[in-house]
Design a protein around this ligand. Structure first.
Ligand code: PLP
Length: 422
């Protein structure tokens, strides 16, 4: 069967063991009121219908029980995050106790830098991926300045070779060797938000540790997208938001991983608050801090229950679907998109995301040459939801939870027509 055909796409959907999950999600509609082709899970994942029920349930409990809701009900508010943390641990390859849901992503970046970036006169540099997300850059630069160092000296940002779009592994290793003795922290996104490149993490972690540096990860584009083994890889810390691939709802609470090896022994310095205090004794209100076991010791405040309730259905779907099956579908879906785009053979369209499935998640970044924004506007006018990033990049993410092969095929047909018209 010809892959560039509706028939083929429908046959693939027919065989998809995860196909029915799509029905659980609210697909935004286009101008005619029809479901749009939603490829923006890299920015905001869709709403599981069931999340309405979970949020309503907590509103009702608040109305019925008032303050008693903290300890009454299944789960009571004091325990509400436990199950969700367990699901996130499974998704990220963490051991129990290594994951806590707290704050939002950039706040967690700062809290982790407080613990894992404590520069000395000799060891103060931070190595970051090529083109980190702006908020990560602001957080790291402000921490460097906060500690009295100069950003120009302390921050090392990777660059691809001239004429290339992705950074080669051997170049990263060379830079780590070059700066080794002065390197305090290596901090990467597991998938870069802009070019969609995924890094080979186990060898990077080893390399950073061999140089004497900590290794931190931003999983904003990795959680719910890639298969991760944070514990086994010995990542020191990781942070991520839950509103992108994890479908947690707009600006929902964030995840944070701290490797077990940093829990015991001489405690690593951290900022503390009462929700990090041992639960058995938390409400005795004693003046001295007794930490919760594990990553929970880093929690400052009680987590907003309505936000936890809003992310619950999405996470339960991840547990039910299973990350391995999702990733398996994702690899096929993105390869299908890549092959249809390649078949257009249009010089205006350059896929800058690596072609190797090991080096990417579900997102493909298309660089338009020249950066003709009309193509983006026409896509949006045709009911396709993607996004535009300067300089002339369209980020397209078919996500395995709710996108179909038919979506990919329909996108291809629309794009082909637009390119023909312009
Ligand atoms: C989306 C994203 C953020 C956003 O930060 P918030 O604190 O959640 O607003 C930060 N970093 C990366 C890498 C992202 O992809």
């Amino acid at each position: 069967m010809e892959p560039a055909s509706l028939e083929y796409a429908l046959a693939k959907d027919e065989q998809d063991p995860l196909g029915s999950f799509r029905e659980r999600y609210a697909l935004p509609v286009n101008r005619d009121g029809d479901p749009s082709i939603y490829f923006c899970g890299h920015s905001l994942g869709l709403q599981a219908f069931q999340s309405n029920y979970y949020v309503k349930e907590e509103m009702d409990r608040w109305a019925r029980l008032g303050v008693k809701g903290h300890f009454d009900g299944e789960p009571a508010w004091v325990d509400y995050q436990d199950k969700l943390q367990q699901i996130l641990s499974g998704l990220t390859g963490a051991n129990p106790g290594e994951v806590v849901i707290m704050n939002t992503l950039t706040v967690n970046i700062h809290l982790m830098l407080v613990s894992f970036y404590r520069p000395t006169r000799d060891r103060y540099k931070v190595l970051v991926e090529y083109s980190p997300f702006p908020s990560d850059q602001y957080a790291i630069k402000s921490q460097i300045r906060y500690h009295g160092f100069a950003v120009e000296d302390a921050l090392i940002e990777l660059k691809p070779r001239t004429g290339e779009y992705k950074v080669r592994m051997e170049d990263i290793e060379e830079i780590i060797d070059l700066h080794g003795p002065s390197l305090a922290l290596v901090y990467f996104g597991s998938v870069n938000y802009l070019n969609g490149q995924a890094y080979s993490l186990p060898s990077l972690v080893q390399k950073a540790h061999a140089a004497g540096a900590f290794f931190g990860l931003d999983l904003a584009h990795g959680a719910g997208n890639l298969l991760l083994k944070l514990h086994e890889w010995e990542v020191d810390f990781a942070v991520w938001c839950t509103y992108k691939y994890l479908n947690g709802g707009p600006n929902s609470l964030a995840g944070c991983f701290i490797h077990q090896k940093h829990h015991a022994g001489t405690p690593i310095p951290r900022f503390e608050g009462w929700y990090g205090h041992d639960l058995q004794r938390r409400f005795i209100m004693e003046p001295d801090f007794i930490p919760m076991p594990g990553a929970a010791a880093w929690q400052l405040s009680g987590p907003p229950i309505l936000s936890l309730a809003g992310m619950r259905a999405g996470l339960e779907d991840f547990e039910e679907a299973g990350m391995e099956r999702l990733r398996n579908k994702s690899v096929q879906l993105t390869a299908y998109l890549g092959s249809l785009l390649d078949s257009l053979q249009d010089p205006r369209l350059v896929i800058i995301t690596p072609a190797d499935p090991e080096m990417r998640g579900c997102q493909l970044s298309l660089r338009l040459d020249p950066p003709d924004k009309r193509i983006f506007h026409r896509l949006m006018d045709s009911g396709v939801v993607v996004d535009w990033r300067e300089p002339g990049i369209i980020r397209v993410a078919p996500v395995p939870m709710y996108n179909s092969f038919r979506d990919v095929y329909a996108f291809y047909v629309i794009l082909k027509q637009i390119l023909k018209d312009l």
